[in-house]
Design a protein around this ligand. Structure first.
Ligand SMILES: CC(C)(COP(=O)([O-])OP(=O)([O-])OC[C@H]1O[C@@H](n2cnc3c(N)ncnc32)[C@H](O)[C@@H]1OP(=O)([O-])[O-])[C@@H](O)C(=O)NCCC(=O)NCCSC(=O)C[C@@](C)(O)CC(=O)[O-]
Length: 338
C-alpha cells in the first residue's frame, strides 16, 4: 500500500487524529542551495538565476538562494555574489543565504540580503567536518553573526543538522538537539530547521504491536519543544521515508495512530528532489517539493504554490543537470486529487 492510500485510509477511519494538522504550511525551497551544492559539475550562474526566478514565480515565498561559504569548502557556491545580483527579487519573497562566519556575513551585507541562515549540528564530528570547529565554537561564531544581523535588521534562521543521527557519530540524543535548538533560538533565530541530514528518520513502523523500526521521528518531535510554529522539518529522502516522516512531523503518526501535540508548519524541500551535503556521506536528495505539495493537497493543507508551474521548474532543472527527476508525482497527478 503506498503512502497516499495509507493516508486516505487512516484519515477516513480516524478523522480525530488529523485535527492537529496546521491549516497552512510554509515551504522553504532549498534547491538553489542544498539542491545544487553537491553537484560535481559547476552549474552555470545563469542556470542558478533562472532556477531561483522560476521558483519565486511559482508562488513560493521562501527560496534559499546560495551560501556565503568558503569556495574551497563548497566550490559550487563560489558565484554566490553574482547569483544574488542577477535574480529578480519579487516583493514578499524571501531569498535567504547560508552564512557560517563573520566573513560570510560581511559579504552578505554588501549584497543587501534580508534573511540569512546559520547552520550548526547536534553532532561534534559533523560540525568538525562541515564547518571545521566544535559545537561550542560554532555557537560563538553564530552569536557574532547574529549580532551583525540584528544591527542590520536581517532575519536569521537556524539549522540543526544530524537530528536523527550522524554519519560519523551514529546515534544522536534528541536532548542534544533540543539544547542546540534552544541556544540558537535564544540567540535570536526566528525559526529552527531540524535537518535529518542523511535521511535516517523512521516514522514508526509497527506490525501488530511489534516494533519493526524505532520511531525516531516521533521521539524527536516529541522531545524538541520550542514555541509553536518555530520548528521546520528538513528531511532527506535517502531511504524513501521523507514523506512518511513529514506526516509524523506535521502532527500524527499515521501508522501507529498517535498524535504529536506540537507539530511543525514549516517544511524545507527541493524541487525534483535534488540535493545533499558534501560533508555527510549518504546524504542524498532532499524531499521533493512536488511530493510535499501533493501530500499537503491530499491533507487539505494550504501552501499557496502553483503546483503546475512548480512541476515545470522540476523538469527544467532536471534537464539542465542531466538527471532524472526524483519527484514521485508529476503535474497530472495533482488533477486526480479530489
Ligand atoms: C566555515 C568554514 C569557512 C571554515 O573553514 P576554515 O578552513 O576553518 O576557515 P578559515 O577561516 O581558516 O579560512 C580558510 C579560507 O576560507 C576563506 N573563507 C572563510 N570563510 C569564508 C566565507 N564565509 N566566504 C568565503 N571565504 C571564506 C578564508 O578567507 C580562507 O581563504 P584563503 O586565505 O585560504 O584563501 C568552511 O568550513 C566552510 O565554508 N564550510 C561550509 C560548509 C558547507 O557549506 N556545508 C554545506 C551546508 S550545511 C548542510 O548542507 C546541511 C543543511 C543546512 O542543509 C541541513 C541538513 O541537511 O542537515
Amino acid at each position: 500500500m503506498n503512502i497516499v492510500n495509507k493516508i486516505n485510509l487512516v484519515k477516513s477511519a480516524y478523522p480525530h487524529l488529523f485535527k492537529n494538522f496546521p491549516k497552512t504550511v510554509k515551504i522553504v525551497e532549498v534547491s538553489p542551495r542544498d539542491g545544487l551544492q553537491n553537484e560535481k559539475q559547476f552549474v552555470p550562474t545563469e542556470t542558478k538565476i533562472n532556477l531561483i526566478n522560476k521558483l519565486s514565480e511559482s508562488g513560493l515565498k521562501v527560496v534559499e538562494s546560495t551560501s556565503f561559504v568558503s569556495p574551497k569548502a563548497i566550490p559550487q557556491m563560489a558565484d554566490a555574489v553574482e547569483v544574488l545580483k542577477g535574480i529578480n527579487r519579487i516583493e514578499g519573497v524571501s531569498y535567504p543565504v547560508l552564512v557560517p562566519n563573520v566573513k560570510g556575513m560581511e559579504t552578505a551585507l554588501k549584497c543587501n540580503v534580508e534573511e540569512i541562515a546559520v547552520f550548526g549540528a547536534a553532532s561534534e564530528a559533523f560540525t568538525q567536518k562541515n564547518i571545521k570547529c566544535s559545537i561550542e565554537e560554532s555557537l560563538k561564531r553564530f552569536s557574532d553573526v547574529i549580532q551583525m544581523a540584528k544591527e542590520n535588521q536581517i532575519r536569521v534562521r537556524g539549522y540543526v543538522s544530524c537530528v536523527m543521527g550522524c554519519p560519523y557519530e551514529g546515534e544522536i540524543d534528541p536532548q542534544n538537539v533540543q539544547l542546540v535548538a534552544q541556544i540558537m533560538k535564544d540567540m535570536g533565530c526566528y525559526e529552527i530547521s531540524l535537518g535529518d541530514t542523511i535521511g535516517i528518520g523512521t516514522p514508526g513502523i509497527k506490525f501488530f504491536q511489534i516494533i519493526l523500526l524505532a520511531e525516531k521521528t516521533e521521539i524527536l518531535f516529541n522531545t524538541v519543544k520550542l514555541e509553536r510554529g518555530m520548528l521546520a522539518a528538513h528531511f532527506h529522502n535517502t531511504y524513501d521515508r521523507a514523506i512518511q516522516n513529514l506526516v509524523v512531523a506535521l502532527g500524527v503518526n499515521i501508522i501507529v495512530q498517535i498524535s504529536i501535540q506540537n507539530g511543525i508548519s514549516v517544511i524545507d524541500s527541493s524541487v525534483a528532489g535534488i540535493g545533499g551535503c558534501p560533508y555527510a556521506k549518504g546524504a542524498s536528495g532532499n524531499v521533493a517539493t512536488e511530493d510535499v505539495l501533493f501530500l499537503l493537497d491530499l491533507l487539505g493543507i494550504e501552501h499557496g504554490v502553483d503546483v503546475h508551474k512548480l512541476c515545470q521548474v522540476g523538469d527544467y532543472i532536471s534537464k539542465e543537470l542531466n538527471r532524472d527527476n526524483l519527484a514521485g508525482v508529476s503535474s497530472k497527478d495533482f488533477e486526480k486529487i479530489i
